[in-house]
Structure formats: C-alpha cells, structure tokens
Unconditional design. Sequence first.
Length: 402
Amino acid sequence: MSLKKRIRLGYLVPEFPAQTHAFFWREVTALRTLGAEVCLISTRSPALSDQGQHQFIAEAKNQTHYLYPPRDLLGAIEFITRPSWTIRSISYITSLKGVSLKYRMRLLGLLVMAAQLTRYVKRNGIEHIHGHSCADVAHVLALVGLSRLCSYSLSLHGNLSVYGSHHREKTAFAKFVAPVTRPLQEELLKATNLKRKQLPVIWMGVDLKRFSPTTPQWSDKTLKLVTVARLNPSKGHTYALQAIQRLKLEGHSVFYQIVGGGELRQSLEREVRDRDLESIVRFTGSLGEDDVQRVISHAHVLLLTSFGHGEAAPVCVMEAMASARPVISSLIGGTADMIDSGKTGFLVEQKNVQQISDRILEFIKDKSLVKRLGDAARSFAEENFDSQKQAHKLFDQITMEQ
C-alpha cells in the first residue's frame, strides 16, 4: 500500500493499557502498518486490577510515555521558555464560563500535564496527536495545540454528557473530531463549531482474521447465549437474566455465559442463585482476545442489554458479527447503525424484558435463523468493521492537508 505521508504521531489514551483497550492496540498496529511512527502516550498507568488478560499489555506498557506522575520537573521550563504559550493557556482556562474555583484549580493541574506533554512533543518531533477521549484529555490537547508545535484530533466514544462540559472550547482548535457513530456526529454538530466535514464517522473496527466466521454447532436443542461486557449497572445484565428466567420457566433450553469483570460480580452471582439459574448461567471473568473469540464462536447469539448513556459502538457487537453470530441488542448509542433488525440481529427497547425473551425465543424456535442472520452479520462486518480500513480512514484524516 502506497503511503501519502510518513508522520510521527502521538496517540493518547487515558490510563492505557486496560482490559477494554484491545481495539486501541489494533488501531495502533494498523497505523504503524500504514507507515505512521506511533508514540504511545497516556495520562497514567491503569490500576493493576484493570489491566486485564490481553497478550499485548506488557508490550504496550513498555512503549507508553506516562504524563503522571511526571518523571521530572523539566516540563515547568515550558512556562518560562514559551511565555506566549503560557499566556494563551491561562487565557484559555480563565475564559471557560460557569466553572467553579475547584474546577479551575483542576484545570491548572491539567496545564502542568500539558506542559509535560508539550516538552515530550518537542523532544520527539511529534507532528500530530490523536486523543481517544473528550473529557480532561481534550482540555490537555487543546492546551498543547495552543503551543502551535503540533496539531491534534479527537475520537468520541460515547454521549458528550459522559465527557464533562465545554466541548466547544475543547474542540475549537482540533483538526477534526471522529465520532464512532452517526448519532454522536449529530451531537457534536450541535455542541461545537465544527462542520460535518470535520466530523468523520470512524468505527474502531475489529480484526476480521482473528474474529473469522465459524458454523454454529448444535450438540442438543440448547440455545447458547453470551454477553461480553463489564459487570457494571449500565450493561443491564439483570434484564438478560430476567428474560432467561422466563424462558426457563416456560420450559425452553438455554445456556448463558457472561464474560467480563467488574464491581457487580457478587451481586449478579447472588441474582443468579435467587432466580435459580445456577445450572444454566456461567461467569468467566475477564478474558483475553483469543479467549473472547473462542467463547463467541461456541455461542449461537450475542446478547447485549445495556441502557442509559455512554454506549456508542460496542466492540463486542462488531466481534460477534465478524464471527458470523447474530446479536440481540438494546437500541442504544449507535447500535441502530450496526444492526439491521430482523436481518443481522434484533434491536430491543432498553430494559424491555419481554422483548428480549421474545427475540431469544425466535432463535429457539427457528435454529436456521442463527446461521442466516449470522452470515448477513458477517457480510456487514466485512464492509464496515474492518480495523485496517477504519485505521486507514483515520490515517487519511490526520495526514490530510487543511
């Protein structure tokens, strides 16, 4: 593949690498394949309990430059040697409206982080930084952008309300902001001064070779379901459990695996006992990519019953569809862009236990539906979720002349 431009690229992810960051590593790998010299940057190292089971974790940590805690105090020199940048940065902070004194003090802390990053940019010849957050990291990148040493861009992975306030100011100097779904693009159009052409929708994507299609196997009449999601309230595991309890009481045979770790593990295990589902529900804990792929390939259907805000383009949906498995998902975030209900899976109302159980029942009554919808899901994934293609879109946006 011919390259338009070689570029030294900063790639900033908060608390990297963590269990949910496999798609970032895929994107980094793809960008390097395209010729970008990627310098990994993060705010701080994640807690040990959040680092997960992925094989890339140790390698990624060794490659990442962490802004906090600072390795030295030399970043403070930037305030002295670049007085115009210091003045512009302080003006940025003081111009933010509706900010409490406590939050302004926090912003001053972010300015110190921006000074550390500015020094790192200068020392390493970084031409552009792409940040995967629109929260505090976006403030840091806006401040670095004021140094005029490099340009910056952002990806938006969830509803703006999850990422704080002042999005107009955070994005004012950005080269572009890449939402991962069309609904998020519409949010950005309303909340910022950016034009649609500066808001390209770019999925994170999955490795289509790793998550390759397999033929669903039926050892008996049992429908095998799987959920891959953190164990926290917004993922709505309880609604899946309620639906499965209904089906069991009606005499249907299902088996349900829950992949993921989190603070709700004990309460969900208690709910499984209370609902008398211990024989048909299994918790696996957090798994690495290879094991996630194996569990999905052994299942018939992926079940995602999230609710509320924050969910945008669930990677587990992409992984299941790439594996030729249909998905039953809440209508949330960008799932309407990902799933053609009735053709590649089913969309259900959030928290609607009746709809969840009814859609599961369709697969129980017609087993051929698993393969028919699964094959269509794989075709859609090949066209839309290829991580190499999506990384190329990001690369093109970064290297595009303004």
